[in-house]
Ligand binder design. Structure first.
Ligand code: BGC
Length: 468
């Protein structure tokens, strides 16, 4: 780091505008535990299959957030965040994914929301963060168009129950990841490896997003409404190689534009010449569906973790950022490492300049169609452990967060960045990686559930307190 860069990071707190939101984020299945108090989710079924979860763990208990609610609210309050982003467990509220709600499920979120408001923290609520109720999954999950209607109904129920108190609503978290990891590559639930035939799962999620926005508005919610997409700027491995460039464009569609274009512009992107057949599931959809998907939004949620580098030719290895996928062998391009960058515990490149590039690309692609942006997730996993004095000295995470927050605060021309949420408050159950990756500002002992704020927690706490 050069001197001016270090100075900028040291004075970060002075550069946070008064109306800029700083928060932390979590997701229900990753922290709640209390599996007995909810219906089954597609992830329970997936985790029960041998070899699906790296350490063989399940989402049954995770970080025990439900039993530790009071402690976790106290941690949020002491941290001093403006907002807390969490997700509703669909199977806890609607155990079968349809019909009457479970009163105990609704009561838990009432308690959570009221406690947050009591602590002066604005709730940002994600309706769907990947935990599809198992009966809906059995009927095809997101490959079945009816799941979109079910999400619309769930949104209505959530809007009627909590719409007077929620500050911001996110309909779906990262439909990209659900499609790619869950249906195309088979590394997340439900474990299908359909490659490009997975694209109906993208369309049905986007339709579900549109129906959910309509349902929330019809329920008269007072908060703003948006979606959260994960963006990864895509670069060709060999800058001048036409085939690398071609497949980089294909992957940019698959990862980014298929999800952002219809939401913000009301149309799917045009596939590059010769790739039309791969994208047919999207380019031949009914224009009425596109009208439903293209709802006016109050904000755009952006998750940023890393860039992607693409090389033409099928994969020499089957490694994806989230696990091994045999299916990668059958695609005509592969993902290439960013060896020039340091890596997180997951092996993801630490490259904040690509967050800047993401913002620039959003401005260039969507112009005035881009609503205010909230960075709804950014963070990193490292192998944190308590030292002999009990402290967890996660200086790499502090540096990671400072560098990315710095980019967020600088922003980019044409993008109105209004907030930044750290992923995550707590160490959690990291999907297919089980308990092997720790993303928290707070260390969790998964045997005793003991919470220990890490150095990164104290760093963010000091930054929040020192804002002008
Ligand atoms: C997801 C989180 C996940 C994080 C780290 C994001 O894609 O929204 O649920 O824990 O990445 O992998």
């Amino acid at each position: 780091m050069d001197g001016s860069h270090r100075d900028r990071l040291e004075t970060l707190e002075a550069r946070v505008p008064g109306d800029f939101t700083i928060g932390v984020a979590t997701a229900a299945l990753q922290i709640e535990g209390d599996a007995a108090g909810r219906g089954a989710s597609a992830w329970d079924t997936f985790a029960a299959e041998p070899g699906r979860i790296l350490d063989g763990s399940t989402p049954e208990r995770t970080a025990g957030h439900i039993e530790r609610l009071a402690d976790d609210i106290a941690l949020l309050k002491q941290l001093g965040v403006d907002s807390y982003r969490f997700s509703l467990s669909w199977p806890r509220i609607q155990p079968t994914g349809a019909g009457d709600p479970n009163p105990a499920g609704l009561a838990f979120y009432d308690r959570l929301i009221d406690s947050l408001l009591g602590a002066g923290i604005r709730p940002m609520v994600t309706l769907y963060h990947w935990d599809t109720p198992e009966p809906l999954q059995k009927a095809g999950g997101w490959m079945n168009r009816d799941t979109a209607r079910r999400l619309g109904d769930f949104a209505q129920l959530a809007g009627e129950s909590f719409g007077d108190r929620v500050d911001k609503w996110v309909t779906i978290n990262e439909p990209t990841t659900v499609t790619l990891n869950g249906y195309a590559l088979g590394v997340h639930a439900p474990g299908e490896a359909l490659l490009f035939d997975a694209l109906p799962a993208a369309h049905h999620q986007l339709l579900g997003h549109g129906l959910a926005v309509q349902a929330l508005r019809a329920a008269g919610v007072t908060g703003g409404i948006g979606i959260t997409n994960v963006h990864s700027p895509v670069v060709p491995t060999r800058r001048l190689n036409p085939l690398d460039r071609y497949f980089a464009r294909v992957f940019d569609l698959v990862h980014n534009r298929v999800y952002a274009d219809p939401v913000l512009l009301g149309r799917y992107p045009k596939p590059p010449l010769g790739a039309g057949a791969l994208f047919r599931a999207l380019t031949e959809v009914d224009t009425d569906d596109l009208r439903v998907i293209h709802q006016p939004l109050d904000f755009y949620g952006l998750n940023y973790y890393m860039p992607t580098r693409i090389r033409a030719g099928s994969a020499p290895s089957t490694q994806t950022p989230d696990g091994e996928s045999e299916a990668m062998k059958d695609v005509p391009f592969s993902l290439v490492d960013f060896d020039e960058y340091p890596k997180t515990g997951f092996g993801w490149p630490i490259a904040p300049e690509f967050l800047e590039r993401t913002l620039t690309e959003l401005a260039a692609r969507y112009g005035s169609a881009l609503p205010p942006v909230f960075i709804t997730e950014n963070g990193a996993s490292f192998a944190d452990a308590a030292g002999p004095d009990g402290a967890v000295r996660d200086s790499e995470r502090v540096e990671y967060l400072a560098r990315h927050l710095d980019v967020a605060l600088r922003g980019a021309p044409g993008v109105d960045v209004r907030g930044f949420y750290v992923w995550s408050l707590l160490d959690n159950w990291e999907w297919a990686a089980g308990f092997t990756q720790r993303f928290g500002l707070v260390h969790v002992d998964f045997d005793t559930l003991e919470r220990t704020p890490k150095d990164s927690y104290h760093w963010l706490q000091a930054l929040l307190a020192a804002r002008p």
